[in-house]
Design a protein around this ligand. Structure first.
Ligand code: KG4
Ligand code: ZN
Length: 336
């Protein structure tokens, strides 16, 4: 049978990415243009700047992705795009680009949920066996998602306030670390130890929800209090203490969900899945379980926002004939 080729677009936040994915799991190209430097001096993503950058580079990124994949537009089976959640102006650039290609080339259009994309990074160069459980941790999301099959997503736990990555970025600002702070804090944490014992919110509650704003406040109060007293605190210990608290809660709830749902595959996904401490702790803990699910932790380059993960998710929708038409619109608060 003929290979399936999907051209995918991802512009939900501050990465402009276009990819060609073959048969839902093979990356023929995955071009990513990041705008991080443009947002850095504002300490976070500025929506208007994000939209403008996407418009400036999207044609070039698409041209590169097609050239690298060595595929003709004629050979494409479908065009996929992240329709939400994300920044509305940013999403619209990808949606307009995807619709244009779909219209001109007369190809089916597929609207993909960004979170489904992150989860499907696990299908790239790998194979998810269902049912699967995914911990999705990013700048905008902290969710435990249960998948009975490749197209059925059930959110079993969610954050009540800040997302894990958002908490990293906010405490990073307090420490004067440039945005996004997750990677630097992760590195600092490995040089320090958990001496501050910050709270572990909702850890013993019998649901799968998370809360990180209390931890963030405890952290900020500790730093401000020391400032007022003219004391200097060990930055690495602060980072290690914060990270220990985040990882404890994430790992604890994930293990409980694995015990209850007994998935065939466990997936760690999203930008915070790049966290070395989290990757190591989860892998070690799961390897000690009596019944171990297959563990898929995508490589770092597929944890952050990229279009290949959108192409992988779109492949399942293609098989289910879940197509959009040219009225497809961006939905900034789309729910899985
Ligand atoms: O998935 P992503 O690229 O974008 C969103 O959809 O949000 O995630 C970005 C987030 C940022 O908050 C960043 O600080 C965090 O991922 N991050 C990390 C690490 N690398 C990136 N957080 C903790 N440890 C890391 N190593
Ligand atoms: Zn993301």
């Amino acid at each position: 049978t003929k290979d399936n080729l999907i051209l995918a677009f991802e512009t939900s936040c501050d990465e402009t990415s276009v990819s060609v994915v073959k048969n839902g799991h093979e990356i023929l190209s995955n071009v990513i243009a990041t705008q991080i430097k443009s947002h850095r001096r504002f300490g976070g993503v500025v929506p208007e700047i994000a939209s403008r950058h996407h418009i400036e580079v999207i044609n070039q990124v698409m041209t590169e992705a097609m050239a690298e994949a060595q595929v003709d537009y004629d050979d494409l089976d479908a065009v996929a795009v992240t329709k939400g959640p994300g920044l509305v102006g940013a999403l619209l650039v990808g949606v307009a680009a995807a619709k244009s290609v779909a219209l001109v080339e007369q190809k089916p259009l597929i609207g993909v949920d960004h979170i489904a994309g992150h989860i499907n990074a696990a299908n790239l160069d790998n194979e998810v066996v269902y049912p699967a459980l995914a911990l999705v941790v990013s700048g905008g999301h902290t969710e435990l998602v249960y998948l009975t099959d490749e197209n059925s997503y059930e959110i079993i736990g969610d954050t009540r306030d800040d997302a894990a990555g958002e908490a990293y970025d906010k405490i990073g600002r307090v420490l004067g670390i440039k945005y996004p702070a997750g990677k630097t804090i992760d590195e600092m944490a490995h040089q320090g130890s958990d001496t501050f014992h910050f709270p572990r919110a909702m850890m013993e509650d019998d649901d799968y929800d998370f809360s990180f704003s209390g931890l963030k406040s405890a952290f900020i109060n500790t730093v401000h209090h020391a400032d007022q007293l003219g004391e200097t605190l060990d930055q690495n210990d602060l980072a290690a203490s914060f990270q220990a608290s985040v990882i404890d809660v994430l790992v604890h709830k994930t293990l409980r969900a694995i015990a209850e749902y007994k998935p065939e595959t466990f997936i760690l996904a999203g930008g915070v899945a790049a966290n070395q401490g989290l990757r190591e702790r989860l892998a070690t803990k799961i390897s000690k379980l009596p019944q171990q699910p297959k563990v898929i932790i995508p490589p770092l380059r597929l944890c952050g926002d990229n279009a290949a993960m959108i192409g992988a998710a779109a492949y399942h929708q293609f098989k289910a004939q879940d197509f959009a038409d040219l009225t497809l619109n961006a939905d900034p608060s789309l729910e899985l």
